[in-house]
Design a protein around this ligand. Structure first.
Ligand code: NAX
Ligand code: ADP
Ligand code: K
Length: 451
C-alpha cells in the first residue's frame, strides 16, 4: 500500500490529493448510512486521523451535525492541512454524543498496543449502541497480521481505502469488521503478490466431451468409509466426468452413480486415464494408509491431499513426488502438523502458509473462516463464507470439490480457488444448519451460479 501510494506521489499526485479522495469517497458511504443523523468522527494523530477531518468537513458541507473527538492534535503535515480545513467543533473528551460514529484513530500506521486516551475511546465505542464505521481498518487492528492490539470493537461497516489490506481477510480482525467495502482512490495496484480471489467462471462441457475427457477422479478410501463418500458426493457435482472410489470394502450406502473398485490397489491406480487423485479423508494412519499414499504420490498425477494424508506425508515421500502437481488443504491443526513435519517455525496462519509453500513447493489451501491460498504466483484471500460451515465433514466435501476441479484441468491452484467459491456458494444455498451431506448436494445448484 505504501509502495502504491509512493508511486502515485512520484507520478505527481500529492499526498493531500490522495487523502482528499479517500476522505471524500468514505464520506459518501458515511452519508448513505447516516441518512441525516448526527455523526461523531474520532480522529487520531496520523493520516488516518487526517482522513477523519476530511470526512467531517465533507459531512458538514452537506449540512450534517458533526462532532470531532481528537485526544491529540495531528502530527503529520497532510493531516494538519485536513484539520485546518475543518471549522466545526473538535473536542478531546470521551463523550460520544451521536448515533453514528466514524473511527479514524489509527489506520495501517498502528504499530503497537493501543493505550491511554485512545484505548478509553475505543472502550466507550465498544459499549455504545451507535452505528460504528471503521475507516481503512478498525483502529486497534494491525493491518498486516489481523491481530487486535487493543479494546475489541464490533463494527457495522469497514471502509478499506485504496486497496484491501491483509487484515480485511484474516481472523480475528475480519470478524470485527461488519460489512466491508472498498473506496477507490485511483492507485495502480498491478503485480501485487497478494489479492482477493476473483469470482471464477465455469463453462458447460465441450460439445465433444466424454466422461474421460472431462476428467477421471480416483478417491482413495481407507479405514473410515464416511469421509471419502462425502468427498465423492461433492466431487460428482463439481465437474469431473467420472468419479471412482478405490476401496477394499463394499459400500452398500454409496450412490449408484459412484463407481467402487475393489481389488489390487497397485493395479487400480495404474490406470493412466486417471487425471487426479484425492487421498486423505478417512484414509487412516496405519502402515497400509502410508503405503497407499506413497504409491499415489509416486504416480506424479495431480492430487489433493487432505485429512490423514497431511499427518502421514513427509520429506521422503515428497522427494518421490512432483510437488508442483499437489495441493494440500489443511485446517488449523493440520497446518500445525505440516509445519512441524517440515520444520517451519512461523506462528501466524499467513506466515505458516507461505513458509510451507516455500519449503515444499506444494500449493497450500489453509482453511478456516479466513481461508488463504498460497501458490507459486500468488497469495489469495476470499470473501467470508457461511459460519454454518463449521460442522463435521464439510472439509471432506471441499476436498472432493477441489479434486474434481483438478481432474478437469490439472491446475492445483485454480482447483483450490474454484473449490472455495463453490463450497461457499453451496453453503449459502444450503444454509442454515446444514449437514455435510446437504452441503455436498448443494454443490450442483452452486455450480449454476458460476456458469
Ligand atoms: N499515505 C497516503 O498517501 C494515504 C494514507 N491514507 C490514510 O493514512 C493511513 C496511514 O497513515 P499513517 O501512516 O499516518 O498512520 P496512522 O494514521 O494509522 O497512525 C500513525 C500514527 O499513530 C501513531 N501510533 C501508532 N500506533 C499507536 C498507538 N498504539 N498509540 C498511539 N499512537 C500510535 C504513530 O506514531 C503515528 O503518529 C491509512 O490507514 C489511511 O487511512 C489515506 O489518506 C490515503 C492516502
Ligand atoms: N466459522 C467458519 N466460517 C466459515 N467457514 C468455516 C468456518 N469454520 C469452518 N469453515 C470451513 O469449513 C470447512 C471445515 O473443514 P474441516 O475442518 O477439514 O472439517 P472436517 O474435517 O470435519 O471435514 C473448511 O472448508 C473451513 O474453511
Ligand atoms: K481506523
Amino acid at each position: 500500500m505504501r509502495a502504491a501510494e509512493q508511486a502515485a506521489m512520484a507520478a505527481g499526485t500529492s499526498e493531500w490529493e490522495l487523502m482528499r479522495r479517500a476522505g471524500e469517497g468514505a464520506a459518501q458511504w458515511v452519508m448513505r448510512v447516516a441518512a441525516g443523523r448526527s455523526v461523531t468522527v474520532l480522529c487520531g494523530p496520523g493520516n488516518n486521523g487526517g482522513d477523519g477531518y476530511v470526512i467531517a468537513h465533507a459531512l458538514r458541507r452537506k449540512g450534517y451535525d458533526v462532532q470531532v473527538v481528537a485526544p491529540v492534535e495531528p502530527k503529520s503535515e497532510t493531516a494538519l492541512h485536513a484539520r485546518a480545513q475543518f471549522s466545526g467543533e473538535v473536542a478531546s473528551d470521551n463523550w460520544l454524543r451521536n448515533p453514528v460514529i466514524v473511527d479514524c484513530l489509527f489506520g495501517y500506521g498502528l504499530d503497537r498496543e493501543v493505550g491511554g486516551a485512545f484505548a478509553k475511546l475505543l472502550e466507550t465505542l465498544s459499549t455504545s449502541n451507535c452505528y460504528k464505521i471503521a475507516i481503512d481498518v478498525p483502529s486497534a487492528v494491525h493491518s498486516d497480521s489481523g491481530e487486535v492490539l487493543g479494546p475489541f470493537v464490533q463494527y457495522d461497516l469497514t471502509l478499506a481505502l485504496g486497496a484491501w489490506k491483509r487484515a480485511h481477510f484474516l481472523m480475528p480482525a475480519m470478524g470485527s469488521m461488519g460489512a466491508r467495502r472498498l473506496v477507490r482512490i485511483g492507485l495502480e495496484l498491478a503485480d501485487m503478490p497478494a489479492c482477493l480471489s476473483a469470482r471464477p467462471h465455469f463453462s458447460a462441457p465441450d460439445p465433444d466431451a466424454h466422461k474421460y475427457r472431462r476428467g477421471l477422479l480416483a478417491i482413495v478410501a481407507g479405514a473410515m468409509p464416511g469421509a471419502p463418500l462425502l468427498a465423492a458426493e461433492g466431487a460428482m457435482r463439481a465437474g469431473a466426468g467420472y468419479v471412482k472410489l478405490l476401496s477394499e470394502h463394499s459400500h452398500p450406502d454409496a450412490p449408484a452413480e459412484l463407481v467402487i473398485e475393489q481389488g489390487r490397489f497397485a493395479e487400480r491406480i495404474a490406470d493412466d486415464r486417471i487425471s487426479a487423485f484425492l487421498v486423505g479423508p478417512g484414509l487412516g494412519r496405519d502402515d497400509s494408509a502410508r503405503d497407499r499414499l506413497e504409491r499415489v504420490l509416486a504416480r506424479k498425477v495431480p492430487t489433493v491431499l487432505d485429512a490423514d494424508a497431511l499427518h502421514l506425508i513427509d520429506q521422503t515421500m515428497l522427494d518421490r513426488a512432483d510437488p508442483a502437481k499437489l495441493c494440500v488443504t489443511p485446517h488449523e491443526g493440520e497446518l500445525a502438523q505440516l509445519c512441524a513435519t517440515f520444520g517451519i517455525g512461523a506462528e501466524q496462519k499467513l506466515e505458516r502458509t507461505r513458509a510451507l509453500h516455500e519449503a515444499t513447493g506444494l500449493t497450500v489451501l489453509a482453511k478456516g473462516p479466513d481461508t488463504v491460498l498460497q501458490s507459486d504466483v500468488m497469495t489469495s484471500f476470499f470473501p467470508l463464507g457461511s459460519s454454518w460451515l463449521s460442522t463435521a465433514g464439510t472439509g471432506d466435501v471441499l476436498a472432493g470439490i477441489a479434486a474434481s476441479r483438478l481432474a478437469t484441468h490439472g491446475d492445483p491452484a485454480r482447483s483450490c480457488d474454484e473449490a472455495v467459491w463453490l463450497h461457499h456458494e453451496a453453503a449459502r444455498l444450503a444454509s442454515p444448519a446444514f449437514s455435510a451431506g446437504d452441503l455436498a448436494r448443494a454443490v450442483k445448484p452452486a455450480m449454476a451460479a458460476f456458469l
